[in-house]
Ligand binder design. Sequence first.
Ligand SMILES: [Ca+2]
Length: 447
Amino acid sequence: MQTLARLLLVAAMAHALAWAAPPNILFIAIDDLNDWTGFLDGHPQAQTPHMDRLASKGVNFRNAHTAAPGCSPSRNALLFGIQPFHSGLYPFYDTDKIDAHIVDQYTTLPQLFNESGYDTFASGKIHHGTAWTYDKDGGRREWTEHNAERIAGLPPLVYEPEAGYVQGNSRKMAFCPTTSPLEHHRDYVTSEFGVDVLSREHQRPFFLAVGFYKPHLPFIAPMRFFELYQDGIEAPPVKTDDLADVPWPARRNVRLNDDIRYRQEGTWEDVRRAYLASISWTDWNVGRVLDALENSPYSENTIVVLWSDHGYHLGEKRSFRKFSLWEEATHVPFIIWDTREDAATGRSTDEAVSLIDIYPTLAEMAGLDAPSYVDGASLVPFLADATYQRAEPAITTWGRGQANIWFAPELSTTADSTDIGLRKYIRPLCGTMLVPGHDGVRTPRST
Ligand SMILES: [Ca+2]
């Protein structure tokens, strides 16, 4: 008994130490994943058991929106911690192509952790562009270790076009299985890197970023993930007169040229099947990393955050891709699981939040001071109480002067917005931000 008591005491002390130590961060980035997941109910056939498991353990932000519905502006906003309308980073920039005088004034999220005593690891797509990192002159850096060389050295994947659909000989516009070994897929290499880092003994807290390329185009995945979707694929409801009552400013978001080809060729089902297969492939890779975390010594002192950089239309609102201010393109999966909690079970919120909130949230959770310019609001209150309500809306910007303001559902259902399939407004900002609570429904918390 004495031995048992001592063991229990040691275990209790270890638990207390785990709480006292800076938390590790597992930062899971996904490219172009909309709400077609089990935990967001965006498509009835979507199979995402691993992400669903994560959602069941953490807080599922069901009404989360990107800062901008394109890879580059979304990731720049999230990683630099600043809204496009404050930084000017509206368009598509490869991260290493942005003028230094613009971004050198900012500190990226991984840089903040690296400069605060963390070892920082990355694999796959975190920033947008061929540069893997944003390191400033003078020795400031983001990553202690980046897995770039392994990914750059991979052989081209072999497609099986007859088992899907490919536009011509395009490598990008392909919607079919691959026959290459798993090890040739970039996302497999990234999940493998995540497993490797989590299996190491770390002397310092770590920030591990795994960035999955799928389900971004081409919609390709190993055959086994296509086999999950052999039945007919349910099409999302698309009204034939869906755009008839959409105001002109909003019609600028429509990309009919994207839509026509698939309608004429009758290939929407192939495209949607391939998208779902790519999602399940991503989910499988996410699962590998989550399993490694849960089987590691870091399973009770790590904060997991999973996000996608924006959504995807897949035919809704007569559009194929992203690049719009409609919910199909702005709504994203977003989960935070703090493994330090003893009883984290299945909480979710419908409050509108933004991926711009990640920076201040992770900084606060790790006890770090975010730079004063950082936009967004910490989501820590939601982690303590998922029924928390806040005044701040989520703002999605697409190009200068265009934005959508997202509120919690109870604040945003007007007859007009419901009729046109928008739950909120699209209106030009004209250089002036709309004030939270501008509709008079709710007063900003700060006043
Ligand atoms: Ca993207």
